[in-house]
Every structure is written in structure tokens, then in C-alpha cells.
Design a protein. Sequence first.
Length: 175
Amino acid sequence: MASAFAHAVVPLVVYAVFKGKSMNLRLLVLAIVLAIAPDADVLAFKFDVAYGSEWGHRGFTHSLFFAGCIAAFFTLFAKQLNSRPLVVFAMCFTACASHAALDALTNGGQGVALYWPFSLDRVFFPFRPVQVSPIGVSAFFTDRGLRVIASEMVWIFIPGFVIGLVGVLVRRKLS
């Protein structure tokens, strides 16, 4: 998996590029939570659910179907989020689905169940440059953790910053 820090990049970039009345800070906070949320499936390890199970780590919570269901649910709260339902759906879906996309770019673990429930196959993208993140906070304070952060800096943080900056400049120019 990519680290929780890396998973926050996509919603931050989308917010920076599309910031406005409907794309607000409240929606950004929700999107960051949803970008990290699929990794709650690591709790399955505590219940002896096999890693390769559709209910295990990188299983159903890493699917486009799950992202769509979560996004649809949060459209019910568009008013409380001071946004429009379509904007809420798009931001929530993008944030949640981006989790699986980033994990599919990693070089370790099992692939993601991207197409669950239609397929139980685990997939990776053909290009997998991101070092897989260790599970647990203490593991980041090791040589391996530093390699993960360096990898994410090159493949996620810097490209995210560049895309976000270009998007902000274009948005301001068009305003």
C-alpha cells in the first residue's frame, strides 16, 4: 500500500484545482478520510481473515464498486457539506478510488480487488514504481520506511504538487 500521507495527495490536488463554493474545506476533509479509509480493512487481520480473501486487505474496500457506493452514500449529505450532490459524488468517488489506484502502483503485497464484486482477481498496474509501505507507524522509522517516503516523494508528492500548481494557475487565469 502507499502510505496514508500519500493517499491524501489526490484529494488535496483535486481541491486545489477545483476549489470553489461547492469544492470546500469541509468536503476536502471528508475526501481525505475517504482516501485513507479503504485501509481500515487491515482490521481483517485481527479476525484471521486471509489476506487474499475478498474481505481481506486490498479486497472489496479497494474496489471501484465500493468507491461508488461510498460516494453515493455521501451525496445524501451534500447540504451539510455545503456542496452539490454531483460535486460530492465526484470528489468522494475520486478520493476513495484513488486509494486503489495508488496501491496498484506499488511493488509489493497482493494486487487490489479493483473490479470486485464482478471479479475477485487482484490487479496491479503494469508500471509499479512505488515502494510498498509497511503496515504500522513504527515501521516508518526504519530504513525501509525512509525508502518508502523517498519513493512516494518522487512518484506521488512531487507530481501531485506540479499537477496541483498547474491546475491552480489555470483556474486563476480562467477566473
